[in-house]
Design a binder for this molecule. Structure first.
Ligand code: G3H
Length: 251
């Protein structure tokens, strides 16, 4: 049985408390049935997590955009998985390409963060994806194989890990891979997960991310082994994000 689709919004470093009205609109749509047969997640900036949880309640999950690999301690400015859980988060994104690039995060660190997230009872959304230079060098599959091998914990539970494939060159650019390329890559990711984790690999949701918009969501979300989307820019406006959710198949 195919996993329940997950449509996740990543607000990145955007959002002030005055934007909570967008979440109110989303909460009302979810309350009216948008979340039937699909899981919906919003990852606002950490400063908005608590207020977002208050508005979205149980209809729409909230998640962090990153967590530290340690449980607690002297790490000024960082947030632990337990802190995210404490304010209502159910998920946390780890290894987003912007964290890998801006903060030099390695596959091994991403894996440690995913382990910390799972230990705290969160679902880890582990991001992988090739850069434009890697794609141009025909290295996409090699890069993804390395990231999957090194960024994913060994202790796999399909319900507690989500993999998000985000080609770096497609993020925020309006460019997307062809449907055939997405199918080919998601098939590869699924095969890799099953080879390593057995049947648990079939339960892992594989999201596509990178310039998902209301206009292309239906085509992308209909592809085999695309179990949802990780949406950046188009998640900031409730009407766009709701349209993307509506384009998703239901379980
Ligand atoms: O986390 C989300 C992705 O980086 C996609 O961002 P985007 O939809 O703005 O291209």
């Amino acid at each position: 049985m195919a996993p329940t689709p997950l449509i996740a919004g990543n607000w990145k470093m955007n959002g002030l408390l005055k934007e909570l009205g967008e979440l109110q609109t989303l909460a009302e749509a979810a309350g009216a049935g948008l979340n039937q047969g699909r899981d919906i997640l919003i990852c606002p900036p950490a400063t908005m997590l608590s207020a977002s949880f208050g508005i979205l309640g149980n209809h729409v999950a909230v998640g962090g955009q990153d967590c530290h690999s340690a449980e607690s301690g002297a790490h000024t400015g960082d947030i632990s998985a337990a802190m995210l859980k404490d304010v209502g988060a159910r998920y946390v994104i780890v290894g987003h390409s912007e964290r890998r690039a801006d903060h030099g995060e390695s596959d091994e660190l991403v894996r440690a963060k995913a382990e910390a997230a799972m230990a705290a009872g969160l679902i880890a959304v582990i991001c992988i994806g090739e850069t434009e230079a890697e794609r141009d060098a025909d290295a996409t599959i090699d890069v993804l194989a390395r990231q999957l091998a090194s960024s994913l914990p060994d202790d796999m539970d399909g319900n507690r890990v989500v993999v998000a494939y985000e080609p770096v060159w497609a993020i925020g650019t309006g460019k997307t891979p062809t449907a055939d390329d997405v199918r080919h890559i998601h098939d590869f990711i699924r095969r890799t997960l099953v080879e390593r984790f057995g049947d648990a690999g079939n339960g892992v949701r594989i999201l596509y991310g990178g310039s998902v918009k209301p206009g292309n969501a239906a085509e992308l979300l209909a592809i085999d082994n695309v179990d949802g989307a990780l949406v950046g820019g188009a998640s900031l406006k409730a009407s766009d994000f709701i349209a993307i959710c509506q384009a998703s198949p239901t379980a």
